[in-house]
Ligand binder design. Structure first.
Ligand code: 6GU
Length: 231
């Protein structure tokens, strides 16, 4: 999969993309992530990419022209399955959406900043608008990193057995059960006996019950009521 990301702050992504699973996914060739600095498409002397909002009001708006020049140049080289805009008024990201995106070949992700982007960009170029939660971030960059991570870890071959996405919370509409590692007794705080029993069937049953109980307590809305499929 190729992911192109348009941002005013490409440096912000360096840490997130050069460690752990995102690093390995790129090294193994599963994910080809390219960062593009929107300023490179500004035609003004001072490389401006934002301007005052028509009609007044606080906050700058990202201009239509540099963004359109950027998107059209990228589109001339790649046929994108989706052009995704990260915005707090977008569709709430969930595992089902991450699963959908993980099956695509080419994604273009646009990070907004300031008060927003000129509406004409959204109307004419954006195919999906995504939010990562009901709170406001200063820009789309952190959201783009979260989205990219959620997608890339689902690409076949990225995770091994140990990190398998199959046991993730949400993948089967249940939260994950508690996990423990050595020592079996720390300050008298003991690991549940069943996990030390070696009885795979009982362990699987215990984990399932714990997952259901945890989901019932923390996220009752995920249980029962005809939840959406995750594929
Ligand atoms: Cl995608 N962008 C911004 N700026 N804030 C957010 C968000 C996105 N998702 C939640 N909050």
């Amino acid at each position: 999969m190729k992911i192109d990301i348009v941002t005013l702050f490409p440096e912000m992504f360096e840490g997130a993309f050069s460690h752990s699973i995102l690093k390995r996914a790129q090294a193994k060739g599963h994910a080809n992530i390219h960062l593009h600095n929107l300023r490179d498409w500004s035609s003004s002397k001072h490389k401006n990419v934002d301007d005052y909002s028509y009609g007044g009001g606080a906050g700058m708006v990202m201009m239509v022209e540099p963004m359109v020049r950027c998107i059209e140049e990228l589109q001339s080289k790649t046929s994108y399955d989706e052009v995704i805009f990260l915005t707090p008024d977008g569709e709430l990201l969930n595992q089902k959406i991450a699963n959908q995106f993980s099956t695509k070949q080419n994604l273009l992700i646009i990070c907004g900043h300031y008060k927003g982007i000129d509406e004409r960009i959204r109307t004419h170029f954006i195919t999906r608008e995504i939010s990562i939660g009901d709170y406001v971030l200063s820009g789309g960059e952190l959201a783009a990193m979260a989205l990219t991570d959620a997608i890339v870890r689902l690409i076949p071959g990225v995770l091994n057995d140990e990190t398998s996405a199959l046991s993730d919370s949400y993948q089967d509409n249940l939260l994950s059960p508690p996990v423990y590692t050595r020592p079996a007794d720390f300050r008298g705080w003991k690991v549940p006996d069943v996990l030390l029993s070696g009885n795979d069937k009982e362990i699987a049953q215990w984990r399932y019950e714990q997952a259901v109980e945890r989901t019932r307590q923390r996220r009752p809305g995920m249980l029962g009521v005809d939840h959406e499929s995750t594929d």
